[in-house]
Design a binder for this molecule. Structure first.
Ligand code: HEM
Length: 153
């Protein structure tokens, strides 16, 4: 039996769209993050859903239509994101995953959290002093790694 991609397991594009819609709803109300996203453009939630879908093995639409990794990284330049803001971003996204009905199995949530931890730390690096060149890294791709879908024999 072939193993579905993390994207398929999550529920495909609609699942990531639900996730970011819920998440940015919380962000707008959050005292730590609302000021960071005050100027967010109206397509932001959809763009981040498209990005996440591609990272987890869905269609390469962010690379094809939104400027790929270099564009994403450049959006964080000069923002000087703090550790407190990063942690709040992670916490609200994890709460939103529950609210949006993403799968709750340990394997999916481990892979999801792995990318989000890495990605938010990269966002901080790009937002800070002396970021790496935005076009020096490829589009990240996250598979199941150590924790593929598991069922007892
Ligand atoms: C895994 C972590 C993250 C991912 C996947 C991500 C993804 C993205 C993407 C794809 C964009 C560009 C959207 C577009 O194409 O227009 C973006 C922009 C942005 N990100 Fe992130 N980001 C992450 C972490 C963070 C964190 C931790 C913060 C701050 C606490 C942050 C703040 C912003 C801001 C302020 C923008 C610009 C929004 C706008 O002007 O429309 N990001 N992010």
């Amino acid at each position: 039996m072939s193993v579905p991609s993390v994207y398929e397991w999550a529920g495909g594009g609609p699942a990531f769209e639900r996730l970011t819609a819920v998440f940015y709803g919380h962000v707008r109300q959050d005292p730590v993050l609302a000021p960071v996203f005050a100027g967010m453009d109206e397509h932001h939630a959809q763009s981040v859903a498209t990005w996440l879908g591609e990272v987890f093995g869905g269609p390469a639409d962010y690379s094809k239509h939104h400027g790929g990794h270099a564009h994403m990284a450049s959006k964080h330049l000069g923002r000087h994101i703090t550790e407190q803001q990063r942690r709040r971003w992670v916490a609200l996204l994890m709460d939103s995953a529950d609210e949006a009905g993403l799968p709750t199995d340990p394997e999916f949530r481990a892979v999801f959290a792995y990318y989000i931890e890495w990605g938010t730390r990269m966002a901080l690096i790009y937002s800070g002093e002396s970021p790496p060149p935005v076009d020096a890294a490829p589009m990240p791709q996250w598979g199941w790694g150590q924790t593929p879908p598991w069922q007892p024999e």
